[in-house]
Design a protein around this ligand. Structure first.
Ligand code: ADP
Ligand code: MG
Length: 319
């Protein structure tokens, strides 16, 4: 089974940021309102995610690192039904290629339990004193699959990806406090509204941009975009979501750049946060196990909703 887990790890866990993404998703699923992320050495030395979610009882903690064990099939989250093949694999995969210490406590337990697992082999299981919630520490990521190590970039580059990943979650979940410690740097995102998060993350006032809201047929976009010139960095900041999940999509990003450039000088870089809501039957999320890439049934329609939303506001600005 370790071999299977490691093969699965190769697919789902490409690099340190994949670990962060999976663990943050788990913390959010556990209804955490605080998620603290610590990373050292680009994530290869240490990744720690501490949450104040529902925690796990002893038996569930043991089960959590086994393949295809998920506690999440009961609530019929449509997205998850579509990605069923990839459910219940993240912790099994991550713990098969690292040295992991999991500790967890639920509200009703007098104390928590901790599980140490190295290269997928369970080593130690014992009671611990800890707060309600879950803490997962991953050390020596990919020690068990040395070939993977060669694909890691420098710690600085891995840190950029990890930061990008966390940024996507913190804009989507303003009701959750996030903190990120990258080696010695520490940042807290605790504003409780999207407006506040825009200030904390992008250093822009909501008034330096405009709110987006457009619907065409059953495709809807909401979000926020900076006014031309407000975002003074010379790189775009584009945050795209589909049905409450961060996604990547080059075509849509490119369209947004063009929408800006059509109306304003070329030296401006767009800064856009766009939440797309699309019927589940019109998106295929099974393109990649990490689920950041999706395939739209009608990509041109999605594109035109997004562009319409931007143009509507940008044109007002131009007048
Ligand atoms: P999945 O999230 O697809 O169910 P995972 O391998 O990511 O699969 O997690 C396995 C199980 O471990 C989850 O279904 C959940 O029951 C439990 N779990 C993992 N992380 C947490 C957490 N932070 N808090 C509470 N339970 C967790
Ligand atoms: Mg998960």
């Amino acid at each position: 089974p370790q071999l299977i887990n490691r093969i699965a790890a190769g697919e789902v866990i490409e690099r340190p940021t994949s670990v962060i993404k999976e663990l943050i998703e788990n913390s959010l699923d556990a209804k955490a309102t605080e998620i603290h992320v610590t990373v050292r050495g680009g994530g290869q030395t240490l990744i720690r995610i501490q949450d104040n979610g529902c925690g796990m009882i002893k038996e569930d903690l043991k089960l959590s690192v086994q393949r295809h064990t998920t506690s999440k099939l009961s609530h019929a989250d449509l997205w998850n039904i579509h990605t069923f093949g990839f459910r219940g694999e993240a912790l099994a995969s991550i713990t098969s290629v690292s040295k992991a210490l999991l500790s967890s406590k639920t509200l009703n337990q007098p104390h928590g339990w901790s599980l140490y697992i190295e290269g997928g082999e369970q080593q130690d299981f014992k009671p611990v004193a800890c707060d309600v919630g879950t803490c997962i520490e991953i050390r020596d990521l990919f020690f068990a699959t040395p070939a993977r190590l060669k694909f890691l970039r420098s710690p600085a580059q891995e840190h950029i990806q990890i930061t990008n990943c966390l940024e996507r979650f913190l804009l989507l979940n303003p009701h959750v406090t996030f903190s990120l410690r990258l080696d010695e740097k520490h940042k807290v995102f605790d504003a409780a509204s999207l407006e506040g998060r825009i200030k904390q993350l992008l250093n822009l006032q909501a008034a330096e941009g405009f709110w987006l809201e457009t619907q065409i047929h059953d495709v809807k976009v909401t979000g926020w975009a900076a006014l031309p010139g407000a975002h003074r960095r010379n790189a775009d900041r584009i945050f795209l979501y589909t049905n409450q999940r961060p996604i990547e999509d080059r075509m849509l990003v490119q369209s947004m750049r063009i929408a800006y450039q059509d109306l304003i000088p070329k030296d401006r870089y767009p800064c856009v946060i766009a939440f797309l809501s699309i019927p589940y039957s019109d998106v295929d999320v099974n393109v990649h196990p990490a689920k950041t890439q999706v395939r739209f049934k009608a990509p041109q329609e999605i594109r035109s909703v997004l562009i319409t939303a931007l143009r509507k506001s940008l044109i007002q600005y131009g007048q």
